[in-house]
Design a protein around this ligand. Sequence first.
Ligand SMILES: *Cc1c(COP(=O)(O)O)cnc(C)c1O
Length: 423
Amino acid sequence: MTTPVWHPYAHLKTQTPAPKVIGGDGAHFVLEGGERVLDATCSWWCMIHGYGHPRLVAAIREQAGELCHVMLGGLTHEPADQLARELVRITPAGLNHVFYSDSGSVGMEVAMKMALQYQVLTGHPGKQKMLSLMKAYHGDTTGCMAVCDPEEGMHSLFASLLPQHHFAPAPTAPFDATVEQVEHDLNALRDVLERHHHEIAALLMEPLLQAAGGLNMTSPAYLTGARALCDEFGVLLIFDEVATGFGRTGKLFAADHAGVTPDIMVLSKGLTGGYLGHAATLANDRVHDAFIGDSPQHAFMHGPTFMGNPLACRVALESLRVFEEDDYLGKIGQLNRVLRCELIDNEQLSAHSQVADVRVLGATAVIEAHSAEALAGVGEFARERGVWLRPIGRWLYTMPAYITSEAEMVQITDVMKGWFNRT
Ligand SMILES: *Cc1c(COP(=O)(O)O)cnc(C)c1O
């Protein structure tokens, strides 16, 4: 049956009808007709507790009985206040202020506006551009498209609509790189900063893991070096932890691997455990305090209708409690061991003629193929084996829910390997 729903990133001519999901529990969602599918992507990386988690569902029900929504303009409520305090507690030391919005893209727009206005308010009105990295993905809104990889970033069609920013090469040193290997990447960053720092408000990056741009992983030393360069050149550092936040790289935040505090940090996907759309842009005192002043220019002119939505804040609080009480970092460590054992310690896989690279970080694994064509049909192949995989370009990846069992994790990696070993 045809539907008026227009699906994302879909070729309308060749798309097959989307299967209808009627529910789910744990790492599986359930289709009309009863087919249970193990979700290897936890719904674009946000359903970190899996589906139908009783505590998250109960939190939403309870909050719905009290207050579903109220504007945050001039008003507040307990879930917004409490979640902000919790986010300040768990994020890197110094991020003391929380600005809510409704999605990762908008959270990044907020971060960029904040950085630019900070520079104006502190006497650097010439700093109007961003410095981003190749392979970056920061969202699909106009401001965000302009800081995505301009060549491979899906948005080249809109180039004439977008403001021009600066780009540095994507980091090439792997997670466990030596300081010398990282030096090469940092020199490339320094080079752009030396030439253009007078017009750059902020350097923004997905720390350690450039996700949608090709699951490119790098070293914590790159973050430390980037922090130092930003300080040297009077440029703010923005971490887009929309994908990496809440455990994906093996620590609560990617920044924690390096002990680095950015000036601004954006959280979304895992924030509510995926149960409602929401985002938070955190800022340190230096950024926040620059907005304390008498002129009209000192107000931050942004305010999404649904910012601080009580249902979203309440379920985010419950998500955090479950994360800590059920030792999710321990679970992520266990998933990481399975992923490494099944994919990295597998010579047959890395030697396969269609495989360019295999990488694992935290609860993330990717088999990079030489071409997207090498992955044509992998979604159907996986579905026939009870698994939901949806590659991005030439990257076949898994970012499972953290409640995924060891046996389920192996089922996923078996399907990923099976695709390359099929006859
Ligand atoms: C998904 C994502 C975004 C955009 O978030 P939306 O909620 O889809 O707008 C931004 N940055 C990163 C790193 C992401 O992975």
